[in-house]
Design a binder for this molecule. Structure first.
Ligand code: PMP
Length: 413
């Protein structure tokens, strides 16, 4: 796949047609959020122009249209991750809200004193702090699986931490810091044999690879629309119907009830039981268009572009003596996310210099994974992350930009 092919795709993204400070935008912060294609923006606009009303509540034509947009979106998401039923697809604000829903509803009710919750040390704070609270409130134990030198989870570590005492394992499929692809199929299988349920944080995987909840046998899966071309504020929680069925609702209010009396209430069926209040219907319109866009390109294409760029960037970064790259060396264990540092330069300074001198957008900081940073003995890293609209030229400009950082700060080499 060459840059000429990608340039055609980039035309769908108006944001790239502008220059900032006279420079082309080299957008390498896709793990934080992606850009939106014209079709997604148009889908949101079209929803407002033709179908806006409060869904599920009214018998009038616009409300019926809004309901159709919303429920068609649910069916599209169901197919996209191959869930059995639309009852298993709950719309949330983002991955964070979905994980909080699981922790508050499942965790607080089905995890008890001395039970164990197991997560990798690399988890994003949104898949970590909710479990801290469950453990503290319920007297359960939050146990960590630690990673090896390349950021991977070894079989020994998995087997020593997931035991008969484990009630729940929560794990990212792809980590947002080191870009490691964890062997979740194996972990789910092993956890199930021990009687534990498994939550998959797919925030960094769903945009980049095909996820199949039935094939994986995942009990829960969460992801955020904004990391896959959609508006900010729409996210998804998948849960197995029999598990969701026994969980109490998380938020209480309109649209999620069956009958309310002065002192009591009964709740609506799945999935509405978990969707209190007016929902982000235009976000679902955007997410539906995003899924169409991604499916039209295909995950084989998306993975190939990202692998090509990641391999090329790793090769070029490996040639620079003062650059340290973290994470797996083997491409099969990694996705298109690369964390690195430049000797003696703070990551925030790197980010500012490459942005102002070369138009390179990259991330610096702890990436919402402070326990990982502490474990790795780091304060922060720089992070680049690719999507299918990045080019080899982007990588070339990025490499040039990081080669210039130390010289710019007055180092000899
Ligand atoms: N999990 C992972 C692995 C992430 O990368 C992120 C976002 N950086 C989140 C969860 C949280 O996503 P959101 O902010 O969209 O809720």
């Amino acid at each position: 796949i060459d840059d000429a092919q990608i340039e055609k795709i980039r035309k769908d993204f108006k944001v790239f047609s502008q220059k900032i400070n006279g420079k082309k935008i080299v957008y390498l912060d896709n793990a934080a959020t992606t850009q939106r294609p014209e079709s997604v923006i148009k889908a949101v606009e079209n929803y407002y122009d033709t179908s806006n009303a409060n869904p599920h509540r009214g018998a009038h034509a616009l409300s019926i249209r809004a309901t159709k947009v919303y429920e068609d979106g649910r069916e599209k998401v169901r197919k996209f991750i191959n869930a059995k039923s639309t009852k298993e697809i709950i719309f949330t604000k983002n991955s964070t809200e979905a994980l909080n829903l699981i922790a508050n509803s499942y965790g607080m009710n089905f995890i008890n004193k001395d039970d164990e919750i197991v997560i990798p040390i690399s988890e994003h704070h949104s898949n970590l702090i909710p479990w801290q609270r469950v453990a503290k409130t319920k007297g359960a134990v939050l146990k960590y699986m630690y990673i090896d030198d390349e950021g991977r989870l070894t079989d020994e570590e998995i087997r020593s931490k997931i035991t008969e005492k484990t009630k729940l394992v929560s794990i990212a499929h792809v980590t947002n810091t080191l870009g490691v692809v964890y062997p979740i199929e194996k972990i789910i299988d092993y956890a199930h044999k021990k009687g534990a349920i498994v939550v998959v944080d797919a925030a960094q995987s769903v945009p980049h690879m095909a996820e199949d909840v039935q094939k994986l046998d995942a009990d829960f899966m969460v992801f955020s629309g904004h990391k896959m071309l959609s508006p900010m504020g729409i996210g998804v929680l998948y849960g197995k119907e029999n598990i969701l069925e026994k969980m109490p609702p998380f938020l209480l209010g309109g649209d999620m009830i069956e009958y309310v009396s002065e002192q009591d209430a009964t709740f609506a069926e799945l999935p509405f039981k978990f969707e209190a209040g007016t929902q982000y219907v235009e976000g679902v319109a955007g997410l539906s268009a995003a899924i169409d866009y991604i499916e039209n390109l295909g995950f084989d294409f998306i993975r190939e572009v990202e692998n090509q760029l990641t391999e090329y960037a790793l090769d070029e970064m490996g040639k620079i003596p003062y650059v340290t790259v973290y994470g797996p060396l083997n491409m099969k264990d990694r996705a298109g996310v690369i964390s690195f540092n430049i000797k003696d330069v703070h990551p925030h300074d790197v980010a500012t210099i490459v942005d102002s001198n070369y138009g390179v957008a990259l991330r610096s900081g702890h990436h919402c994974a402070q326990p990982l940073m502490t474990y790795l003995n780091l304060n922060a890293t720089c992070r680049i992350s690719f999507y299918f609209y990045n080019t080899k030229e982007d990588v070339d400009i990025f490499i040039r930009s990081i080669k210039d950082v130390r010289r710019w700060l007055g180092y000899e080499s």
